[in-house]
Design a protein around this ligand. Structure first.
Ligand SMILES: [Zn+2]
Length: 326
């Protein structure tokens, strides 16, 4: 069997796994804390150690396995051609030649791509959007990222920025976003901003059971708390989730009108909101987008929980070999 080591570099965790060439299996999944506070060199070393551990576990499970290369999904912006991560505020990196560093450390030809692009590519390859030619994905966690698959390949744009769907403006005079723009969907529907909208409503006097989930300490409310309370029927929490669906619906309707995809796949913590989110989201999209486009598009949660980025990073290796990038 031939495998590729897929590496998903997140702000909190590094996840590695050895993915079979045909995507049929994953072995040696290893997750370690990123430890960004220890500085760039320490993080690179932790990636190398985790990837080597994954390879070892895979070799123990499948004698005679061949490791053909590595793929890493990293926060961007980055340059897939030079293999350099240009800037990652979460990790404090500037112009980090990550591809070369991993290539040297692992002794394997390595591909570098955007982490959210990789998660969507993974869901397209082996997950919820399998079998489609055109898929748009959104990754919703601390921020909102995404990816665009056209003709069964990632679409990168002219300078590797394509797929930044979290920064679609839904309100020209809206909330300030971390990217510097105003009214981005990320400023409303990322995990921390879902929690923030609930806290704001509570602070302006809304009735809710939410404080009882956090012993009255509103700072402890997370998006997860909101989904839990919504599940239990809390009216304010349900309203926050419905508003989230409405904001996302506006952005997704725009994406559907532009790309006419077969699937919209949503990856990340927000999928824990379940039908409380997906029901209103689908209805919102139906109200807003062109009917022939809505009819052919399924809106689904990702199903490669925790390893979509690992699968996608492995797949990115093949894409970049084929494209002559590496
Ligand atoms: Zn933004």
């Amino acid at each position: 069997m031939r495998v590729i080591v897929g590496i998903d570099l997140g702000g909190t965790n590094i996840v590695c796994g050895c993915v079979a060439e045909d995507g049929s299996a994953i072995h040696g999944v290893v997750s370690v804390p990123t430890g960004a506070e220890q500085g760039p060199d320490a993080v690179v070393q932790r990636i190398i150690t985790a990837a080597k551990q994954s390879i070892e576990e895979c070799r123990a499970a499948i004698p005679g396995v061949t490791v053909v290369g590595a793929g890493v999904g990293a926060p961007g912006p980055l340059d897939t051609r030079s293999g350099v991560v240009l800037l990652t505020p979460n990790l404090g990196w500037v112009n980090m030649p990550l591809r070369q560093r991993l290539q040297d450390g692992l002794g394997l030809k390595t591909a570098l791509d955007n982490d959210a692009n990789c998660a969507v590519l993974g869901e397209w390859w082996q997950g919820a959007a399998r079998g489609t030619q055109i898929t748009i994905g959104l990754t919703i966690g601390t921020g909102i990222g995404g990816g665009i698959i056209i003709g069964g390949r990632l679409y990168h744009g002219a300078s590797d920025i394509a797929g930044e769907v979290g920064h679609i403006t839904i309100d020209a005079n809206g909330r300030r976003c971390k990217c510097g723009n105003y009214g981005c969907i990320e400023a409303y529907a990322s995990g921390p901003n879902i929690a923030l909208r609930a806290v704001e409503a509570l602070e302006s006097g809304a009735e809710s059971s939410l404080p009882s989930y956090v012993s009255g300490d509103l700072r402890k409310i997370t998006a997860q708390t909101v989904y839990q309370a919504a599940q239990a029927g809390d009216e304010l929490a349900l309203e926050v989730v419905r508003d989230t669906a409405k904001f996302l619906g506006a952005a997704v309707a725009g994406l559907i009108n532009i790309f006419n995809p077969e699937a919209i796949v949503i990856v990340g913590g927000v999928t824990l909101a379940g039908e409380n989110l997906f029901g209103p989201l689908r209805r919102e999209v139906s109200r807003r987008a062109f009917k022939p486009a809505v009819q052919v598009c399924r809106i689904v949660p990702g199903d490669l929980t925790g390893v979509a980025g690992v699968y996608g990073a492995a797949r990115a290796y093949f894409e970049q070999v084929e494209a002559g990038i590496i």
